[in-house]
Design a protein around this ligand. Structure first.
Ligand code: MG
Length: 303
C-alpha cells in the first residue's frame, strides 16, 4: 500500500472536505476528516497534514498538489486538475432572445472522451461559428451522454409569470442534471459544473421545493466552458438545438425570425402582429420582453 503525505493550507483542506463529502468515513484519532475513494483513503489531520494511502494514492493526491501556487488557470473553488475529471456540465441558451425557446443542456464527459472532444474542436462556443457547431454537434451527441430540455415560447409564456428568469433556469438546470445522472448509473462522476448564472445561495434557495436533485457535488463558475469540455459540449448542443428551432420555424411557416432583442426584432414582431395577430406571437416569442410593447406600438402606427 502506497502512502503520500502533504501539508495543505486550511482553504485547500476545506475544498477537499467539500469535494470528498460523498466518500466520507469516520476519521481516526487527531484527524478532522477522512474519506475513502476507490483509489485511496484520504485523512486530513488538525495539524494540516494530509495522508493519501491506498492502491493508487497519486490518483487523489495529484488533484490537490501544486494547487496553492498553480491555480492561475482554474477558479479557486475547482480542484486543480478539474479539466481532467469525469464531469457533467450544464449550460443554457435563448434566455436573451425574444424569439425562440429557452434551451438547457447537461452533458457528461468521461475521462476517456476528453481527447476525442478536444480533437473534434470542442471549445468555448464563443470562439466557434454556428456552422462549425452545427458540423460537430452530431458527433458530440453520438459520443457524449446528454439531456436536452427545450421550453418552447408558448410553454415559457405560460410559466413565466410564476418563475423569474433565474428561478426558471435553476429549475431547468437541476432537472437536466438530475435526468442525466439517472441515465449514468454505472459511470464515474467526479462532479457537476454549472455554467454560473446566479449565486450558489440563490441556486440552492430556488431548489428548495425540488425533491429530485442530482447527487454529485456541484461546482459553479462563470465561463464554465473554459474549465471543462462537459460545459463546452453542453453549450454547443444547446446552441445548435436553439438554431434548429429557427430552421424548423422557417421550414414550416416561412418566417425568418431574427435572434436577440434588437430593433430588427421589434420590426419583425410588428409584422407578425399585423399579419397574424398578437396571439400568434405567443407561439414564437417570449412575451414579457419589452420588445412586445415596442412591436405593438409599431403595429399600431401602420394600421
Ligand atoms: Mg451560460
Amino acid at each position: 500500500m502506497a502512502t503520500i503525505t502533504e501539508t495543505f493550507n486550511p482553504e485547500l483542506q476545506q475544498q477537499m472536505i467539500d469535494y470528498y463529502q460523498n466518500y466520507q468515513i469516520n476519521p481516526p484519532a487527531y484527524a478532522i476528516f477522512a474519506a475513502k475513494t476507490p483509489y485511496a483513503r484520504i485523512t486530513i489531520y488538525a495539524s494540516g497534514k494530509i495522508v493519501f494511502q491506498g492502491s493508487n494514492p497519486e490518483q487523489e493526491a495529484q488533484k490537490w498538489q501544486n494547487s496553492t501556487n498553480n491555480n492561475s488557470n482554474t477558479p479557486n473553488n475547482l480542484p486543480t486538475n478539474f479539466n481532467q475529471l469525469a464531469i457533467i456540465g450544464s449550460d443554457e441558451v435563448g434566455n436573451g432572445s425574444y424569439f425562440g425557446p429557452l434551451v438547457v443542456c447537461a452533458a457528461y464527459v468521461a475521462k476517456e472522451d476528453l481527447l476525442f472532444l478536444k480533437e473534434l474542436g470542442v471549445k468555448d462556443s464563443k470562439e466557434l461559428t454556428d456552422a462549425t457547431m452545427q458540423a460537430i454537434a452530431p458527433k458530440i451527441k453520438a459520443k457524449v451522454p446528454h439531456q436536452i430540455l427545450v421550453v418552447n415560447p408558448a410553454k415559457y409564456n405560460a410559466i413565466q409569470p410564476n418563475y423569474n428568469a433565474v428561478h426558471m433556469k435553476t429549475v431547468l438546470h437541476n432537472r437536466a442534471l438530475y435526468l442525466l445522472e439517472q441515465k449514468l448509473n454505472n459511470h464515474q462522476i467526479d462532479g457537476i459544473l454549472v455554467d454560473q448564472f446566479t449565486s450558489e445561495n440563490n441556486y440552492n434557495n430556488y431548489l428548495q421545493q425540488e425533491t429530485k436533485q442530482p447527487q454529485a457535488k456541484i461546482y459553479f463558475t462563470t465561463k464554465g466552458e473554459q474549465y471543462h469540455l462537459a460545459v463546452a459540449s453542453a453549450s454547443i448542443i444547446a446552441r445548435t438545438t436553439f438554431l434548429d428551432w429557427f430552421t424548423e420555424i422557417k421550414k414550416t411557416t416561412g418566417l425568418d425570425l431574427p435572434m436577440g432583442a434588437s430593433a430588427k426584432v421589434d420590426l419583425v414582431a410588428s409584422q407578425i402582429i399585423n399579419k397574424y395577430g398578437i396571439n400568434y406571437l405567443n407561439q414564437l416569442a417570449k412575451m414579457h420582453f419589452k420588445n412586445t410593447e415596442k412591436a405593438l406600438n409599431l403595429a399600431n402606427k401602420k394600421s
